[in-house]
Write a protein that binds this ligand. Sequence first.
Ligand SMILES: Cc1cc2nc3c(=O)[nH]c(=O)nc-3n(C[C@H](O)[C@H](O)[C@H](O)COP(=O)(O)OP(=O)(O)OC[C@H]3O[C@@H](n4cnc5c(N)ncnc54)[C@H](O)[C@@H]3O)c2cc1C
Length: 381
Amino acid sequence: MNPFTTDKHEAFRNKIREFAEQEIRPEARKLDQEERFSPELTQKMAGQGLFGVAIPGQYGGQGLDYMALVIAVEEIARIDGSQAATITAVNSLGLGPIYKYGTEKQRQRFLPPITRDGKTWAFGLTERDAGSDSGSTRTHAELIDGLWHINGSKMFISNSTSDISAGITVQAITGKQGDRDEFSTILVEADREGYIRRPIHNKMVWRAADTGELQFRDVTVPEENLLGERGKGHRIMLETLDSGRLTVGAMGLGLARGAYEMALDYAQKRVQFGRPISKFQSISFKLAEMATKIETAKNMLYQAAWLKIHDQPFGKEAAMAKLYTSEVAKEVADEAVQIHGGYGLIQEYDIERFFRDQRILQIGEGTSEVLKLVIARKIGL
Ligand SMILES: Cc1cc2nc3c(=O)[nH]c(=O)nc-3n(C[C@H](O)[C@H](O)[C@H](O)COP(=O)(O)OP(=O)(O)OC[C@H]3O[C@@H](n4cnc5c(N)ncnc54)[C@H](O)[C@@H]3O)c2cc1C
């Protein structure tokens, strides 16, 4: 029983949990070890309606709400961070801005290939020299005879290099507003000439998710691929991240739950000094603290999602929830490894993967330091 969710949400949770147990759990460790993005598993996730959870049925989505999306990501992250990352990036970063800011024509054109055909769509904000400082984008786009000519590059882009990646929403400089750069967002299809993709390998985290670097060498797209108003691009990207923080928060919550469940199970089975280690107070207190932090994180996150689905301001709560859940994921995964002793350090146990995967959560979509800046601003400082 949770005051923020309905029976429909919980039924959806059960469906996704069952799918994650049956289809993702058997694959996750191997894909991570082989550092392999699986289009087949991704297509299965799309087949479950996970591409477009909160997108209306007329565009091929499930027509559910953002709470359902949070729950779906949480349940998948409980099993595997890489697959949760794929789903998060598709929904909140890929579909989210196209649905929210797109014209009817853009929605009809760009959403169904993702929701119905299981293609992925990326979100291009970060560049080599523009990370937290996302206003220092160098990629630029010039409008010549009805075509945007795009030049530049994007770094660390999720869902951007596989064969099923259909394109990206990029932030680019499109001119000047006074003495400041004018930023706009443009939809760029992956099959355009000059669109160059480089997968990033040897990651510590999300090894089975598609992360890449893109280059645009005079890539051209029609003027009508402008998303939202010209000059409002940075606001579109930042507002997208507000919602994205809920799903990154869900990844933190799900990962913490998965790590806690593994630790609880292990502590009850592992016998030392003639009894299960869960009988030692120091171990049971660790588990009690982990359970308490998870409960707190869950309430914060669900409250923020509840505010969003009820059209209330949720930016501060989403930033707080992302900050807190990602830090809880780190603490819980660390203690879960401790409870596993030496076995927590070998790949035979999934907690080793969880311990690595949690590390991105304090960095992606706003580092913990930057989130504190955001929260400080939101509380009037
Ligand atoms: C696997 C993966 C997937 C990603 N997917 C995407 C994606 O799909 N799309 C996308 O656009 N980006 C994506 N990113 C990029 C991610 O959002 C950035 O890595 C993140 O925003 C931080 O930027 P940075 O890595 O350049 O670090 P930097 O901004 O260089 O930060 C380095 C350190 O300095 C600190 N710092 C920076 N500025 C301040 C400040 N003002 N005050 C205090 N401390 C500060 C940071 O907190 C951090 O500790 C992804 C990254 C990874 C690793």
